[in-house]
Structures are given as C-alpha cells and as structure tokens.
Design a protein around this ligand. Structure first.
Ligand code: BYC
Length: 335
C-alpha cells in the first residue's frame, strides 16, 4: 500500500509521483512493515515529525509528574504513598527513555528541554488541569493513564525502531498505573457517601480533558495523514477516542459512577457509544497557554532546571576530571 492510498481525514500526504527515488524506497520499506533504525536514510520530514512527537511525549511524561507529585505527601496511607511514589518515578523513567530515543534522531536532550522550558514545544494538554482531591489520583490513573495506554499500545508497532522499543516497556508500566487508578476509584466509589461524591466529582472534571488527550478531531488534525502514511501513527485521533469511550463506559458502570454526558448512548447496530465531543475551543485555548495550570507547570519545570544547575555542573566537572585523568594515564603508558 502506498502513501497516497492511506485513508485518513488529516491533511494531504506527499504523492508517490512527487517522491524522490530515495523517498520511494523509504516508503516501500515502511509499507513492507520494516523498522527504520537511527543510521538508516530517512526523509527530513519523517525525522522532524518523530522529534516533535517523541519530544512532546517525553515532555508529557516529565510534566505529568507534577499533578500527581502534588499528592505524594498527602496520600491517605503508607501503602498508597509508596505506590504513588513508584508511579511518579516510572513517569520520569518514561521521559528518559523517550529523550534517549529522540537523541538517536540527532537532537540533544538539552535542545528539547530548552524548547519545553521556553514554551516552544508542547506537552499533553491534560497536565494543565489541577488535581484537587485524592480522588483525582484515582481518576488520573484510570482515565489519563487509560487514555495514554489506548494511544500507546498501537505505538509499540510504530515504524521507528527506538520509539517502538521504548513503547513496549512503557506500556507494561502504564497498565500497572491504570490499574492502581482504578483500584483507588473502586475504594472511593464503594466507600462512604462523601468518598463516592469525591470520586464522581473527579470523574466529572477529568472526563473531557481525557478525551482531549487524543488530539483534535480528524478533520482538524494537521499531522495524522502523513504520520499514518509513515506508520509513525497507527490510528487516527478519532478512532482511538472512540475505542477509549467504548472501553471506559462499562468500567464506569462497574464503579456505579455516571459519565458526565447526557447524550452518551450505545448504538446497538455498531456496538459503539455515541458521545459528546469535548469543547474544542477550550482545547485550543489550553494549547495556546491559557489552561488553568499552564503557567504553574512551566514555572515548576523552569525552577527545577535552575535549582538543578549545581548538580549538572558538578557532574560535568566530575566527568571532565575523569576524562583528563584517563588521557594522562594513556599518554603515560605510551611514553
Ligand atoms: N495536548 O495534527 P495533530 C502520558 C497538538 S501523557 C497537547 O493531531 P499529532 C502520561 C499536536 O502536537 C500522553 N498538544 O498532531 C504521562 C499538534 O501541534 P504541533 C502523552 C496536542 O501529533 C504521565 C496539533 O495539536 N502521549 O503518557 O499527529 C502520567 C495538531 O494535532 C494534543 C503522547 O504524547 C494534546 N492532547 O497527534 C500519565 C503520545 N493533541 O506539534 C500519562 C504520542 C494534539 O503541530 N503522541 N496536540 O504544534 C501522539 O500520539 C500524537 O502526537 C497525538 C497528536 C495523538 C497526541
């Protein structure tokens, strides 16, 4: 199957006729399901798209630590604290695998970090919303990690080798995260009336921001068509959003909680749920920096970067000292 035949409602894909011989050979490898590795030839657009997506993904993992990190000191039991701490540490690890993966494309982690801190690069819109109560830790694990898994399981088959391999490990950890969130929701939903109310409130506030995580509707998605032709993305944004809704509604029923959507209804013919789309004006507003926590999140990351300068300087000085000592030892052996 060639690129121009890939069905997607995103923007236009470079046609086979317009491709150079190198691009045609590259597309043939993609169409044959081969993985592309760092030293292989690749079109500049493919490399840039991957840097953008992997960089945004890595930043999301790093910024994603903030709303949950906020609750580590206030977790209700020692066990919950240990679990949440482990989860937040996992997110840091995911960020690091993804930065390392992006570095194989010729960009440095420092470049990517600089672009995050200046606000030039994006991170997932979801992390610009606050986590107001302990029940939000349940809703984030259940819905946010649940949406992340829905998006990331297909990415295990993405065409770029280092990204695909990073996703295999990340998905294993994300499914633990999703289950721990659902476990918190179960305890709250089956608990006291006040706990049940908190769980419902967390679901009400997290539902639409979670639906936004899959990106704009296919009609407004700028990158989907070309990314799918290159098999960087495997599914469209709307396909994954629908799968997420279909999977999550029965889970909410099991919890005895209501999805905040009066139009939600299963279509008996297709087996899919019809649902209300998120407020896309709000989504684009959050992307432009106007969400409830955009400023707070970027300030927190900038502060962490500035506060960590002495550690980075110390590590560099130590590495330089070791390098100089090694060079001196080697020249001593030669003379
Ligand atoms: N938030 O053409 P489109 C997680 C941007 S968190 C912000 O459809 P694409 C986790 C998009 O970048 C999940 N921006 O784009 C961590 C583009 O802007 P630019 C992180 C968004 O790339 C801790 C524009 O809108 N996962 O794992 O084809 C705790 C047009 O969109 C968003 C990933 O990043 C958004 N929600 O599709 C718990 C997965 N949506 O760059 C969980 C990897 C869209 O042209 N990424 N934009 O300025 C992807 O799969 C794709 O990049 C997306 C967007 C589906 C997100």
């Amino acid at each position: 199957m060639y690129a121009q035949m890939v069905s997607s409602t995103g923007k236009v894909v470079k046609s086979y006729e317009d491709m150079s011989p190198d691009e045609r050979a590259f597309q043939a490898r993609i169409d044959a399901g081969e993985k592309i590795e760092p030293k292989d030839w690749m079109p500049e657009g493919y490399r840039k798209t991957l840097i953008r997506q992997m960089g945004q993904h890595a930043h999301s993992e790093i910024v994603g630590q903030l709303p949950e990190g906020n609750w580590i000191t206030r977790a209700p039991t020692l066990e919950r604290k240990a679990i949440l701490l482990a989860k937040v540490q996992d997110e840091a690890g995911h960020g690091l695998y993804l930065y390392c993966g992006a570095e194989t494309l010729g960009v440095t982690r420092d470049d990517l970090t600089r672009d995050l801190l200046s606000g030039k690069m994006k991170y997932s819109s979801i992390f610009n919303y606050p986590t107001l109560t302990w029940a939000d830790m349940g809703a984030v694990g259940w819905l946010v990690d649940g949406a992340a898994i829905m998006n990331q399981v297909p990415l295990q088959r993405t065409s770029y080798g280092p990204y695909s391999r990073a996703m295999i490990r990340i998905c294993k950890e994300e499914s633990f995260h999703q289950r721990q969130g659902f476990d918190i929701m179960m305890k709250m939903a089956y608990g006291l009336p006040a706990q049940r109310k908190m769980a419902q409130d967390a679901l009400n506030r997290t539902w639409y921001p979670a639906l936004m995580m899959f990106g704009p509707s296919d009609a407004d998605s700028v990158h989907s068509a070309q990314s799918m032709a290159w098999k960087i993305k495997i599914n469209t944004n709307d396909e994954l959003r629908q799968k997420f809704v279909d999977q999550t509604v029965p889970q909410a029923e099991y919890l005895g909680l209501s999805i905040p959507d009066e139009h939600l209804k299963r279509d008996p013919e297709t087996g899919h749920y019809n649902f209300t789309q998120p407020d896309w004006d709000e989504f684009f507003d959050v992307l432009s920096g106007n969400g409830p926590c955009n400023v707070e999140r970027l300030n927190a990351r900038n502060k962490a970067w500035d506060d960590g300068e002495w550690v980075r300087d110390g590590l560099m000085a130590h590495a330089e000292k070791k390098r100089t000592a090694k060079c001196a030892a080697e020249s001593g052996r030669q003379s």
